[in-house]
Design a protein around this ligand. Structure first.
Ligand code: NAI
Length: 255
């Protein structure tokens, strides 16, 4: 039996990286994947590949930081599907911005708007589609929500917020059968690492990856598929008594 057979699963940030890997895995496990992102080209590629493999998916151009866009998305979902079973709030951005006194207000606002406010907005407008039958929400936080990074105060603040927002939502909706958990990945090889550290083949990107490999007890960066496996566990009934929890998945960095 596939673990998400017959389930309707929304994934934000589904075009690339962790979201794309999770969309692929959820579809393999029987879910209808409703994939949302701002990167139209990559989003359509992700969804086309899922459809070509004989699974179910639909693409939605959604900006999680834009309330109108999220509201419009929720209206479309309600009309077409009526309800959802799983929500993976995963869209996120990151960039180094210098020390706090150098950090631009625009960058701080932008990161908080996508990573934290986006998680709130999508939850606010999509939870009504879960109230009748319950479901599972998984928010992508980060080890940067638990411990700090040099020059990344906006990201640290946003992800710390995501972890605690998760707990608040878990308490709000436990009685409705909606479980809410977050995941805190370590360093995962995705396009986001390029925007923080530089590409794999430039000098800065290479030294960032070498340093992160060195501090990771398992001696390597994580893969998007490894994160997707944890999200699948939290989305499925295998985790039916887990809510309000943040699960670190970092190859041992935080140990
Ligand atoms: P990624 O850059 O491949 O994926 C992020 C996705 O979010 C992209 O498809 C992007 O287009 C989308 N996105 C960005 N802004 C958006 C918006 N306003 N509305 C809708 N979609 C938007 O990077 P990755 O690594 O897969 O990131 C996924 C999540 O994982 C993020 O929340 C990130 O902060 C988190 N994370 C990543 C880690 C890593 O080492 N790669 C570590 C810890 C957390």
């Amino acid at each position: 039996m596939k673990r998400l057979e017959g389930k309707i699963a929304v994934i934000t940030g589904a075009a690339t990286g962790i979201g794309q890997a999770t969309a692929t895995l959820f579809a393999e496990e029987g879910a209808t994947v409703l994939a949302a992102d701002v990167n139209e080209e990559a989003l359509h590629k992700t969804v086309s590949t899922i459809l070509e493999n004989g699974h179910k998916a639909e693409a939605f151009l959604v900006d999680v930081a834009d309330e109108d866009s999220v509201q419009h998305f929720a209206t479309r979902l309600e009309k077409t599907y009526g309800k959802i079973d799983v929500l993976f709030n995963n869209a996120g951005i990151d960039a180094p911005g210098g020390k706090v006194h150098e950090y631009s207000t625009e960058l701080f606002d932008r990161i908080v708007a996508v990573d934290l406010r986006g998680t709130f907005l999508v939850s606010k407008y999509l939870i009504p589609l879960m109230l009748a039958d319950g479901g599972s929400i998984i928010n992508t936080s980060s080890m940067s929500g638990r411990a700090a990074d040099l020059d990344r105060s906006g990201y640290n603040a946003a992800k710390g917020g995501v972890t605690n927002f998760t707990k608040a939502a878990a308490i709000d909706y436990g009685r409705q059968g909606i479980r809410v958990n977050s995941i805190s990945p370590g360093t995962i090889e995705t396009p986001l690492v390029d925007s923080v550290a530089g590409a794999r083949d430039d000098e800065q990107g290479k030294s960032f990856r070498d340093a992160n490999t060195w501090v990771t007890p398992l001696g390597r960066l994580g893969t998007p598929r490894e994160i997707a496996q944890l999200v699948l566990f939290l989305a499925s009934d295998d985790s039916s008594f887990i809510t309000g929890e943040d699960i670190t998945i970092d190859g041992g960095i935080m140990a």
